[in-house]
Design a protein around this ligand. Sequence first.
Ligand SMILES: CC(=O)SCCNC(=O)CCNC(=O)[C@H](O)C(C)(C)COP(=O)(O)OP(=O)(O)OC[C@H]1O[C@@H](n2cnc3c(N)ncnc32)[C@H](O)[C@@H]1OP(=O)(O)O
Length: 389
Amino acid sequence: MTDPMIVGWSHTRFGKSDAPDTCALMAEAIPAALDHAGISAADVDGIFTGVFNNGFSAQDFQGALAGMAVPDLAQVPATRYENACATGSAALYGAMDFIAAGRGRIALVIGAEKMTATPTAEVGDILLGASFCAEEAGIDAGFAGLFGQITASYFQRYGDRSRELAMIAAKNHANGMSNPYAHMQKDLGVDFCDTISDRNPRVAGPLRRSDCSLISDGAAVLVLADADMATTMRRAVAFRARSHANDPMALSRRDVLEFRAARSAWAQALDQAGLTLDDLSLVETHDCFTIAEMLEYEAMGLAEPGQGHRVIRDGITHRDGRLPVNLSGGLKSKGHPIGATGVSQHVMAAMQLCDDAGQMQLPNARLAGVFNMGGAAVTSYVSIMERVK
Ligand SMILES: CC(=O)SCCNC(=O)CCNC(=O)[C@H](O)C(C)(C)COP(=O)(O)OP(=O)(O)OC[C@H]1O[C@@H](n2cnc3c(N)ncnc32)[C@H](O)[C@@H]1OP(=O)(O)O
């Protein structure tokens, strides 16, 4: 087994892009990543592309688009991965398995999505394709509707935590102010996020617009190399652990408030790494909705079930807290171009570890955790990363 390491990356600005499609986004991101890693297209042994589905355009078979975006890559074996909102991590872990199996030494992981050309209601319908359609397809407001139901159940069981959800939104928007790649660089503040208004209407159940992640365009790329090669390159970020866990897709078949797959992915990853949460310098987590970040606090072990509100109240996950969460602004402010998100989260963590995060930089960042999920905590990925060169 040869351990794959991250040796380079690139990231487009997330938001409403002039790029007409994912191919154009890839054309922007891939050359920058090759350049960052100090390699050429001829060095690449495999391409692993994450794009949610072809619902946002008529173009399917998006694995082959990298070779259209960068003609020198056209002969490199390429495959597209899809695993709902964890599509980016699925592509990354596929590339890592390819290198670990010794089938290639350098792999390109590309996450891309073009969402803003599609009207919001249609985006909601397309995203709901990643719910258990036989039971959940009719839910209003897409995934916001689904997470609206989850929020209502949480409030019913544990009490109304609207204020704390607003605090999570405000934290991530404040962090996003320092991220030049972020979609929405606006410091909204807790009171704005906690007040229903024309500018911040209710979207679904207790969720307000400010509790939702953004509909974004964007691409992110990682370059992976095997351990021997990585140590000869400019930088190397290793995986102390990586874990992937699943739970039944249908909400009717589980207690969704447990976030069981997330909990088990975190436990497995920490165990594999021989670490506790206290050892981590920072976490990038999947805040598709503010309630998700609160449930993830509980799943990772920062709080007991129903106590996630204390984590944000006590400032634990703020920039100057014990475990800063989403220094990049998270999906909430950085944006959530579905296929790109998991790749982007790993890029943000790698930047921190390599002291390359500009205004976002946390001093002495040594170990970073990344959590990316698909569906309502259906498929869950946790990586624990450390710079080794
Ligand atoms: C497991 C998973 O990851 S599931 C998650 C999958 N992703 C999603 O479900 C996407 C969720 N988000 C959404 O559906 C949309 O962003 C919504 C419904 C919240 C808002 O969409 P719309 O109502 O169409 O907003 P619209 O694009 O018209 O923007 C109106 C204003 O609100 C702002 N805005 C839009 N979305 C958001 C948001 N999520 N948070 C804060 N502000 C927002 C815009 O910047 C704009 O501001 P401006 O008037 O100052 O320019």
